[in-house]
Write a protein that binds this ligand. Structure first.
Ligand code: CAA
Length: 295
């Protein structure tokens, strides 16, 4: 069944090579997912060789874990490893037909990335952003081909979270959108089409929860009490543990974007800032072991 709002799948274009800009937490999980599920070559790029090596190394280590658990055949493991390569140069995207960025959550950085990518790829190459809170429309504004940009927003941990938010900007082409839905199907994700609105749908809900927990913390409730009080509600992860997994700087950025968009509904916690200032972004992770499986 076609997801609500998805264009006719006959419009979808083949994707035979994927570029991923960034080799951090999200980017390397994406590279693994694309290679494993779609069996197409995936090239990861980042600003230096050490980051690139770390991203590719993460993919190899995760494939090894899957192999040990018997979740992947030795043949598929070898093919998946071989499909993921890294480069410090975006020239590696020259023959890609789908390039997704998963770099730091800052509009100007993402715009600059797309400018550099557009100078290299073919005019048909689809561009996608994994942004969780920024405007896809604003990101498309200076593109030569704004109709080729689509929001393709995954959730952490990418391997296990089934949802994918696909974001249509005003100029996004139907063929681009149809390709995004076909990719989602190949990736075995449940895709929903969402409007290009601040933080789309899911992060608005998550950030309301996180906002209330950080507000309780700001008001003097001990952090662990505020956070753990949600455990009996049956949440798989409490807000601070989730914040630790995605990274507190990312969580803070999303809080700031949502506060700017909806000042009455979203707050920015001064204590989250305090945690960041003191460089203790892993505090919740070390208390809860939340990032043990991350890169
Ligand atoms: N990478 C790969 N696989 C992982 C993983 C990771 N980081 N974390 C867990 N898994 C896998 C485990 O290996 C395990 O797989 P197997 O069954 O093959 O062994 C499976 O997930 C279940 O893991 P566990 O049994 O250890 O733990 P669990 O039952 O507590 O489930 C969870 C783990 C699925 C992550 C669960 O805690 C959960 O659903 N958490 C909520 C996650 C969430 O809300 N994500 C949204 C984040 S917000 C975001 O991403 C937005 C943004 O844009 C910033």
């Amino acid at each position: 069944k076609r997801p609500a709002g998805a264009p006719d799948r006959a419009l979808a274009r083949p994707v035979t090579k994927i570029g991923v800009v960034g080799a951090g937490l999200m980017a390397s999980q994406l590279a693994l997912l694309f290679a494993r599920q779609l069996m197409v070559p995936v090239v990861l790029t980042d600003i230096d060789q050490a980051r690139v090596d770390k991203g590719v190394g993460y993919v190899h280590a995760e494939v090894d874990k899957l192999l040990q658990k018997g979740r992947i055949s030795p043949d598929a493991a070898n093919r998946t490893r071989a499909l993921v390569t890294g480069s410090v140069s975006k020239e590696a995207f020259a023959d890609a037909d789908f390039v997704i960025e998963a770099v730091f959550e800052e509009l100007n950085i993402k715009k600059q990335v797309f400018k550099e990518v557009e100078a290299i790829v073919s005019p048909e190459c689809i561009l996608a952003t994994n942004t969780s809170s920024l405007s896809v429309t604003a990101m498309a504004a200076d593109l030569e081909h704004p109709e080729r940009l689509v929001g393709f927003h995954f959730f952490n941990p990418v391997a296990v979270m089934p949802l994918l938010e696909i974001v249509r900007a005003p100029k996004t082409d139907d063929a681009v959108l149809a390709t995004a839905f076909e990719l989602a199907k190949g990736l075995k994700k449940s895709a929903v089409l969402v409007k290009d609105a601040p933080a789309f749908v899911v992060n608005r809900l998550l950030l309301r929860l996180m906002g209330e927990v950080t507000a309780a913390f700001d008001e003097g409730t001990p952090a662990d009490v505020a956070d753990n009080s949600l455990r009996p509600m049956g949440l798989p992860m409490t807000p601070f543990v989730l914040g630790a997994m995605v990274g507190l700087p990312v969580a803070q950025h999303v809080q700031e974007s949502l506060h700017a968009a909806f000042p009455d509904r979203f707050t920015v916690s001064r204590n989250l800032q305090k945690l960041l200032d003191h460089g203790v972004t892993s505090i919740w992770a070390t208390q809860n072991g939340a990032t043990e499986k991350g890169p």
